[in-house]
Design a protein around this ligand. Structure first.
Ligand code: ATP
Length: 344
């Protein structure tokens, strides 16, 4: 287990600045997620940490040692890509055993480790097969097991679960998370899937256009976003962001409820909503509408949990909604950064 640190890390591809001055430091044994939209530089950042891409500027430290100029194999890292490559002519057993055989580990130890890694991913019954006899999801699990078997200091994962179907993905997420906590290997995990990030990460680095906008626990980045990008990227639907003259104000759809349902919630900020659409999703009810004139008739969405099904809301009606004052976030109009609260 080792700490991974980047200092002023930059990467240009010609004119394109893929990574733009990233300073992050993982904690030892942490599960750190790099989350951001497609093209924001997550993979490039991970590949630089792995040693597969040369930085244009800046440094990378693993376990306190500068590794910026070391080749991948000297860094003690194992990486699993979305496009994994298994050896087609070898059995699954031999594929997983391969990195251990390469370092001349005794046969009994190899056997124990292969079976242990296979059991972590529920693929023991596949050990005698060849890769072509496996589904895409099963192959992905083999690739993960093959990386895990080496027990590296740092584990770098680039969207490793994206080829799995939804159900497998949930169980693989749980297995991977449990495994990571058991072995305590520092893990950096790239994804654009916020559910994966929120569910697995000890902390999340939210990225956009080559920069890290915020690094914090899932709760921090969700409830206390540092700017409008983070506020608008996380959550489904994301935070309502309403531009006024002095501030951008933000509140989460689930904090935005009919006023009479918020009795006893402390200070409230009230709004009038003209409802344009109601979506009943079973577990939640999404209410879309627009605010009153003083907020420029801005579009908003509220998310009412099932416990409020008794409360009837009709399309076309106008309702009093409110947000607990503590749940309203304020952002600077120019920079988008968090700003001092003001009265609404
Ligand atoms: P995704 O989630 O789609 O994989 P990402 O966040 O991982 O995206 P990167 O793959 O790191 O993003 O790409 C960041 C930027 O750098 C993009 O604009 C991409 O087009 C560019 N880029 C990445 N690799 C290269 C390359 N080898 N040559 C030129 N440009 C590249």
């Amino acid at each position: 287990m080792a700490k991974v640190e980047t200092q002023g890390l930059e990467k240009y591809f010609g004119e394109v600045k893929a990574v733009d001055g990233v300073d992050i430091a993982s904690r030892e044994g942490e599960f750190l997620v790099l989350l951001g939209p497609s093209g924001c530089g997550k993979t490039t950042l991970l590949r630089m940490i792995a040693g597969l891409e040369k930085p244009s500027a800046g440094d990378i430290l693993i376990g306190g040692e500068a590794v910026t100029h070391l080749p991948p194999r000297a860094r003690g890292v194992a990486m699993v890509f979305q496009s994994y490559a298994l050896y087609p002519h070898m059995t699954i057993y031999k594929n997983i055993a391969f990195p251990l055989k390469a370092v001349s580990m005794p046969k009994d130890d190899i056997d124990r480790k292969v079976r242990w890694a296979a059991s972590m991913f529920g693929i023991e019954r596949l050990l005698r097969r060849k890769p072509r006899e496996l589904s895409g999801g099963e192959r992905q699990r083999v690739a993960l097991a093959r990386a895990l078997v080496r027990e590296p200091n740092v584990f770098l994962l680039d969207e490793p679960l994206s080829n799995l179907d939804a159900k497998l993905r949930t169980s693989a997420r749980e297995e991977l998370h449990r495994f990571q906590k058991d072995v305590e290997i520092t893990t950096i995990y790239v994804t654009h899937d916020q559910i994966e990030a929120m569910g697995m990460g000890d902390r999340i680095a939210v990225m956009n256009q080559g920069k890290v906008h915020q690094l914090g626990s899932p709760k921090e980045v969700y409830s206390d976003p540092s700017d409008t990008f983070v506020a608008g990227f996380l959550g489904s639907p994301p935070m309502n962001l309403i531009k006024t003259e002095d501030r951008i104000i933000g509140f989460r759809p689930e904090c935005f409820l009919p006023r009479e349902l918020l009795g006893g919630s402390g200070d409230l900020e009230s709004f009038t909503v003209e409802v344009s659409r109601v979506e009943d999703l079973g577990s939640d009810r999404l209410v879309y509408g627009r605010l009153e004139k003083r907020f420029g008739h801005h579009q908003v969405v509220a998310n009412l949990p099932t416990s409020f099904t008794h409360y009837s809301i009709e399309t076309g009606g106008t309702y009093d909604f409110a947000v607990p004052r503590k749940d309203v976030k304020f952002f600077d109009v120019e920079s988008g950064l968090r700003a001092e609260p003001i009265p609404l």
